[in-house]
Write a protein that binds this ligand. Structure first.
Ligand code: IPM
Ligand code: MG
Length: 367
């Protein structure tokens, strides 16, 4: 297969983790005889420095001509005081909107090998396997007006929570479809006791549920969902929710796996290129020190292979290699217990590539 996969490394630890993804994609191309073209583009603070814009036109057109886009992370203290439209995050939000990647899938799978790294008890964590399906191009992140303004009483501020029924429906339908392919349980998270948008959300969930008689639906208020996620995470199969709730709950759910560095994500549109990113941020405190965990990015590569390129064998090979490396005891610093050894970002990337090559050569598919 020939494919153009654009890499946007961005800021902070972004370049370090995407460098591992580039090695992995090159390894996959060699082992499975594909031809991947991997152009790079600027986004976020890096783009602001070079061009004055967080999402230069050149980057957007490169992304539009690709089968998929892999992004590291954006943001950092250096740009925190810039006005809203010149912040690195605006580049990422603009890219999500421009590519219309409305569905953000965040799988949260607890591996027993890593449960010691989580603050929760292993018996609470064991068996946790869920996908959080987050709406990504609507809600408070994009609604207008969003502004500061002077009112009679002084300075005031407004953000707007806007959704169309159609935006809700396409995301909710995807949630149902995913639940159908898994354990048939959908938990829809809202704040219907307070928000009008959530009341419409519930109506749409109810209506779409008629098309999926095999899926059992439960509504959960977001405050309660935040509690249930740490109290009894096993009850979640597919969790479907709007943009801001999904942002907050996915960081919370990440602690279940041991480290936010483990979590991949895929952002899908109706028919354009998908956008793949680890869910951790730019982590400026550890940037440039070879300390970041690249596994969330490498698992995002697996999602890219699966969803954008439909290369199922290759996606599974990547996931298997990551799992084998972790089972063999290799850890980055975020995953170790006091006294344990750890390896750097680049070594971890090398190990995954090495395991993938060896497992494919030897046909060792033990996991
Ligand atoms: C995420 C991040 C982004 C978001 C930021 C960087 C804009 O937190 O992908 O979860 O809020 O969506
Ligand atoms: Mg977030």
């Amino acid at each position: 297969m020939q494919a153009t996969l654009t890499i946007l490394s961005g800021d902070g630890v972004g370049p370090e983790v995407t460098a591992q993804a580039e090695k992995l994609l090159t390894t996959v191309a060699t082992v499975f005889h594909h031809d991947f073209y991997l152009p790079t583009g600027l986004i976020g603070g890096a783009a602001l420095e070079a061009t004055g814009e967080p999402l230069p036109d050149a980057t957007l057109s490169l992304c539009r001509q690709s089968e998929a886009v892999l992004l590291g992370a954006v943001g950092g203290p250096k740009w925190d005081t810039l006005p809203g439209n010149k912040r690195p995050e605006t580049g990422l939000l603009g890219l999500r909107k421009a590519l219309q990647v409305f569905a953000n899938l965040r799988p949260i799978l607890v591996w027993p090998e890593l449960s010691g790294a989580s603050p929760l008890k292993p018996e609470v964590l064991s068996g946790t396997d869920m996908v959080l399906v987050r709406e990504l191009t609507g809600g408070l992140y994009f609604g207008v007006p969003r502004e500061r303004r002077f009112e009679d009483s002084g300075l005031a501020v407004v953000d707007t929570l806007h959704y169309t029924e159609r935006e809700m429906e396409r995301l909710i339908r995807l949630g149902f479809t995913m639940a159908q392919g898994r354990r048939g349980q959908l938990i829809s998270v809202d704040k219907a006791n307070v928000l009008e948008s959530s009341r419409l959300w519930r109506e749409v969930v109810e209506r779409v549920s008629i098309e999926f008689p095999g899926v059992q639906v439960q509504h959960m208020l977001v405050d309660s969902a935040a509690m249930q996620l740490v109290k009894n995470p096993r009850q979640f199969d597919v969790l479907v929710t709007e943009n801001l709730f999904g942002d907050i709950l996915s960081d919370e759910a990440a602690t279940l796996t041991g480290s936010i560095g483990m979590l991949p994500s895929a952002s899908l549109s109706e028919n354009g290129p998908g956008l793949y990113e680890p869910i951790h941020g730019s982590a400026p405190d550890i940037a440039g020190q070879n300390l970041a965990n690249p596994l969330g990015t490498l698992l995002s590569v697996a999602m890219l292979l699966r969803f954008s390129l439909k290369l199922m064998r290759e996606a599974e090979a990547v996931e298997r290699a990551v799992r084998s490396v972790v089972s063999a005891g290799y850890r980055t610093r975020d995953l170790v217990q006091p006294g344990e050894n750890w390896i750097g970002t680049d070594k971890m990337g090398d190990k995954v590539c090495q395991y993938l090559r060896e497992e494919e050569q030897n046909g060792e598919h033990t996991i």
